[in-house]
Ligand binder design. Structure first.
Ligand code: NAP
Ligand code: MN
Length: 265
């Protein structure tokens, strides 16, 4: 089995990495640790936080299978704690994990010159104005005009991303078995002149959101990536046709993670 590792950049994470490598070497199975970009691993091991897993997913793409070890708090994308490494390697040896698939957000960025860039995110797409002035975006749903948004920004999150930025703006938490995207507002202007729905919208697969962008420069965030884009005409978003595959060697119910992260340990 070929295993790739993606690490958070801290001493404790590197210590955990060394421990896992030792345990994999001592196993009766043969594990090959690969570190050449371009070589396709059977399993990608993310050691760190949820942010590390996001990085791993963009590094190795949607064909790979992922498993996370958290070296901070229990997150949403990691199943194993550093004190469980023996159990983890034993579970690897036994094989046959359940493969759980999480939906992604897929979006096409259409430029004024007619060119187009296709992107995807595991957590979310975020659009904001490139400066501190108001973002102005006409929102269409399935081709019909819905509203003109004025405010700080818009988030289109996946179900597994619903507990991240989306939650901070009071979006709903959506179970990752539901194939949906959620549109949430960041500080919309709502007064006698300007009006938005001012609630998060959850859209099923095959529905499409289109943003017609009025600002000459916007900031686009895709998970950890962020960049200023000039001359964007429109952005379309839908549930991605590809999902991210996680190898589950033990049960960790989503609602338990939600409770653990936000209510009590
Ligand atoms: P970060 O600043 O470390 O992330 C902020 C927090 O979000 C961290 O505690 C991170 O967990 C957590 N997180 C990431 N994905 C999550 C998920 N699916 N569910 C629940 N919590 C999650 O930056 P980062 O680690 O590179 O993560 C990028 C993400 O940060 C973005 O995708 C966005 O969702 C989120 N973010 C949130 C806000 C906000 O809440 N106002 C603002 C900007 C970005 P770890 O510590 O385990 O990495
Ligand atoms: Mn982080």
């Amino acid at each position: 089995m070929k295993i790739a590792m993606v690490l958070r950049n801290d001493d404790f994470t590197r210590e955990v990495e060394q421990q896992i490598k030792e345990k994999l070497r001592a196993s009766r199975h043969t594990y090959q640790i690969i570190d050449h970009p371009g070589e396709q691993p059977d399993l990608v091991l993310s050691i760190g936080g949820d942010g590390t897993l996001l990085e791993a997913v963009h590094q190795y793409g949607l064909d790979a299978t992922y498993v996370g070890i958290h070296t901070g708090h229990l997150g949403f994308y990691a199943d194993w704690r550093p004190e469980e490494l023996n159990d983890f390697v034993q579970a690897l040896d036994e094989g046959n994990p359940q493969i759980v698939e999480y939906p992604t957000v897929q979006c096409d960025i259409h430029m004024s010159d007619g060119s187009m860039h296709s992107k995807w995110a595991l957590n979310e797409l975020v659009i904001r104005n490139a400066s501190l002035s108001t973002l102005v975006v006409c929102v269409f749903i399935n081709g019909d005009e819905f509203e003109t948004f004025r405010g700080d920004g818009l988030i289109v999150s996946s179900p597994s991303g619903s507990t991240a930025y989306n939650k901070a703006v009071n979006g709903a938490i959506v179970h990752p078995s539901i194939e949906a995207i959620q549109l949430s507002e960041i500080a919309s202007i709502n007064n006698q002149t300007y009006r938005t729905i001012n609630s998060s919208l959850v859209l099923p697969s095959h529905h499409e959101i289109e943003f017609i962008v009025m600002n000459p420069e916007i900031m686009i965030g895709l998970d950890r990536e962020q960049a200023v884009w000039k001359q964007v005409r429109a952005i379309t978003c839908r549930v991605g046709s590809n999902k991210v595959k996680f190898a589950r060697y033990k049960k960790l119910p989503f609602w338990g993670r939600v409770r653990n992260s936000f209510i009590a340990d």
